[in-house]
Design a protein around this ligand. Sequence first.
Ligand code: CP
Ligand code: NVA
Length: 314
Amino acid sequence: MKKRDLLSLKDISRDEINKVFSLSRRLKREQKGGISHRHLAGKALALVFEKPSLRTRVSFETGMFQLGGHAVFLGPEEIHLGVRETPADCGRNLSRWVDLIVMRTFSQKTLEEMAAYATVPVINGLTDLFHPCQVLADCFTLLEHKGTLEGLRIAFIGDGNNMVHTWMQAAEKFSFSFSLACPKGYEPNAEVTRGAKENGGKVVVTHQVEKAVRGADVIYTDVWASMGQEREFEKRRRAFQGYQLNQGVVTMANRDAVVMHCLPAHRGEEITDEVLDGPQSIVLDQSENRLHVQKAIMVWILKGMKGSGDKRKR
Ligand code: CP
Ligand code: NVA
């Protein structure tokens, strides 16, 4: 059987996403009920990370542990990717020891090179271009809060970055609308935007916050300078004035709109404390669901959807 990778949402169909969500729901219920589900007993996961992480690292490591497997974390100091060893050689070697690789890196090309030479599945744990695990967990969280994704109006305020690109790919699969309000010069990748529109995604890019947020069911934001862009921070801080998610913006959306952020948040910059900690914020549910959804992704990618059974009290 050919191995599956998850390098972007192009690698998973809408049906498969729905199956991953069903399994996520079950794994979440079982985990909260103290029922063990060791679907990946004896399996090993390598986390190859060239950027910092809290959520992605801990949710994958803990998830693999709960599924009965083992995770090995390899930070930038271990491998020195591209200096001590190429991504291709790293992928070839890791495949002789582990069953699955999660990689966080800068360029999507580095991830693709790793996946091309690894003989085990590779999952994107964030690149400059995409963050598929985050958006899958976010969609699952929206299903829990809103009951459906269909017809939702999602507004994103901020940078046309990896989160935006991934949301636009998700809009190709689900019939929600996605509107980004960004400053001039910070629009998303033109190829990803065109691809989403050509494939039927209801995607709008505007420079006016009100245009994106009016009537929205979901208001999403992310940092103004992503990992790797730290040196641009001052310039970006100036450019993004007027694109803060604050209470004034929240009141433009529907009354029952939810506030989302992939985290980490830079409080007082892209979002105020009042909104991040306010009653409409579901950011900690998003964060928790990284665990449940990524467990389902790992079972899907390693065992197909058959990974059921084996329910024992912990
Ligand atoms: N949202 C997210 O991926 O968080 P980390 O960068 O902490 O992993
Ligand atoms: N856009 C952010 C997302 C962090 C989860 C970054 O790439 O740093």
